[in-house]
Design a protein around this ligand. Structure first.
Ligand SMILES: [Zn+2]
Length: 249
């Protein structure tokens, strides 16, 4: 069956019969994730979560269209890990800006960037694009949609390739996860107190943290935990899509 909310599946005849008002654009990265998760982890997560959320939203709002995701992200701090590919935030913003102009041309004025990579930062871009293009633009880092249930589900969700991400991977594409090769994700705390307390921020060079590009112990991760988390996150994103579709311009 053709999913009419998926731009890679639908076709011109069907599109002409629709009136799309909201676009979902997954953004991600191609990068190392400890030794057990695929390099495409962020891309695959955003692919599955965006599609599941749009599928859930569709019966209530047949006006959402899920776009193919952008696979590359800001990864200059992972240069010690082979084939972690970097594109600059400016390049990413420029490409998204062009996509938004195209969407506006076709009457879509509301777009959600469903982001899967913490290294992408669209804050300033959103501010600028809304003014320049007279559109509505939103960013959802999907894992934050379940922040309030993390403690119920995970021992320690972790920061990069940890228990949360590993569980989500096990739930969505278990055939790509080699948990038996995972290292512990132990990373030294920041040397500076203000950074440890979180009121000063910086960018970490992952190559200086450990040799496997993981932060957080992935080994307690299970498919069941991943499913529980996704069963919270995807319906919430779907609800937002519906609310946005029904809201005024
Ligand atoms: Zn990731």
């Amino acid at each position: 069956m053709i999913a009419e909310w998926d731009l890679t599946q639908t076709n011109l005849r069907r599109i002409r019969g629709r009136n799309y008002g909201v676009a979902v654009l997954p953004t991600s990265a191609i990068e190392a994730h400890n030794l057990h998760l695929p390099e495409g982890m962020d891309f695959l997560e955003s692919y599955h979560i965006a599609r599941r959320s749009c599928e859930l939203a569709w019966p209530r709002c047949e006006s959402v269209i899920c776009l193919p995701g952008i696979p590359y992200g800001v990864d200059c701090n992972l240069r010690d890990f082979p084939l972690s590919l970097h594109v600059s935030q400016d390049t990413l913003n420029a490409m998204i800006r062009d996509i938004l102009i195209s969407l506006k041309h076709f009457g879509i004025h509301k777009t959600i960037l469903l982001n899967s990579h913490g290294g992408n930062d669209f804050t300033a871009f959103v501010r600028q694009a809304q003014v320049d293009l007279d559109i509505q633009l939103f960013v959802c880092n999907w894992w934050t949609a379940g922040k309030d249930v993390e403690k119920e589900i995970f021992v320690d969700p972790g920061d990069h390739a940890g228990e949360l991400e590993t569980s989500v991977g096990l739930a969505l594409f278990p055939e790509l996860i080699e948990l038996e090769h995972a290292k512990d994700g132990a990373a030294p705390p920041h040397k500076l107190e203000a950074l440890r307390k979180g009121w000063v921020r910086t960018s970490r060079d992952f190559g200086k943290l450990n040799d496997h590009c993981g932060v957080g112990d992935p080994r307690p991760g299970t498919a069941e935990k991943g499913r529980r988390f996704l069963d919270v996150v995807c319906p919430r994103i779907a609800d937002f899509i519906v609310d946005l579709a029904k809201s005024g311009t």
